[in-house]
Design a protein around this ligand. Structure first.
Ligand code: PXL
Length: 302
């Protein structure tokens, strides 16, 4: 058996070599930790990791529960962000992708823009989920000015994944509810792409009863695509975060966009299905853990 000292020396000697022959992709997920509540990092970390991708996290705040609850604690971590990133740069870490979710302030958006620049490298995927609200309403603490600022961050991403509420709010428009058609969605996506992101994915849409899914616009190829799964009854908190984590994983695993949309939609639908199967299911999130095999199957990992 090796002595503790020998092991330590070997570990240090090998650090550079380990980084050189990195076989796993490494990504960074930037959003809050809602300690209990099944959203943001408590969803992104297990999902992306399960996909076989090393997942570094940058928590922007620690909340007891997400803001859907009528009371919560909130500890802001903005001041930690720049020092953590500087330290990563000293260690010469890089990322194959960066994804962002819930950001709590203008300052945090500015810091994320700085992170995109600091860690920029060819082929690095930047996915922004402009978490602002749902069902025509802002989440607690957000307003039209914040939505406008979020739209600027979206302009710096490769892929953005707003729901209909977020899409409308970022364009400074009224939310239309379910009163829309395919022409409206296409026009919405084109105008969002004009903000700067070449790939726009609108989540939570339906053109046909019983089918629920997403639409995507690739502005460079002028390509429109959709993917719909089986509509599930009810609405569930955290499914946007789940979809975003699964889509990011699939794109990092090099699935083409249409296949990645299918992976992410089917995983999200299966998570809701697993939740509904349980008559005593939790009211604040979905049982995505039981749907992980579907994600892995869709990614061709099992
Ligand atoms: O699921 C999005 C989200 C993430 N993080 C926090 C939230 C929400 C939505 O309510 O409150 C803290």
């Amino acid at each position: 058996m090796k002595s503790a000292e020998t092991t330590k020396n070997c570990a240090f000697e090998n650090v550079a070599a380990i980084f050189e022959r990195k076989i796993m992709k490494r990504v960074l997920s930037i959003q809050d930790i809602s300690c209990l509540g099944k959203c943001s990092l408590t969803v992104a970390l297990p999902v992306i990791s399960a996909a076989g991708i090393e997942t570094a996290i940058l928590p922007t705040a620690v909340l007891s529960v997400h803001t859907w609850f009528n009371s919560f604690t909130f500890h802001d971590l903005t001041d930690e962000i720049a020092p953590i990133c500087r330290n990563w740069q000293e260690h010469k870490f890089d990322f194959d992708g960066i994804s962002t979710g819930y950001l709590g302030s203008f300052k945090q958006i500015e810091l994320v823009e700085d992170i995109f620049t600091r860690f920029e490298k060819p082929g690095m995927l930047k996915l922004v989920d402009p978490v602002l609200g749902d069902h025509g309403k802002f989440y607690v603490g957000f307003d039209p000015k914040f939505a406008k600022r979020m739209s600027q961050l979206c302009g710096k991403a490769d892929v953005i994944v707003p729901n209909l509420t977020e899409a409308a709010f970022m364009l400074g428009e009224e939310y239309k509810g379910s009163n829309y058609d395919e022409k409206y969605i296409l026009n919405l996506m084109k105008r969002l792409a004009d903000l700067g992101a070449p790939n726009v994915v609108i989540t939570g849409i339906s053109y046909e009863k019983g089918k629920y899914g997403v639409a995507a616009w690739n502005a460079e190829k002028e390509e429109y695509s959709t993917y719909f799964g089986e509509e599930q009854p009810g609405t569930f908190h955290g499914t946007g975060d789940l979809f975003s984590a699964a889509l990011f994983s699939a794109l990092i695993c090099k699935q083409p966009m249409l296949q990645a949309l299918e992976t992410a939609v089917e995983f999200t639908v299966e998570s809701i299905r697993c939740t509904l199967q349980n008559p005593d299911h939790i009211p604040y999130g979905v049982e995505f853990e039981r749907a992980i095999p579907v994600l892995l199957r869709k990614l061709g990992k099992i």
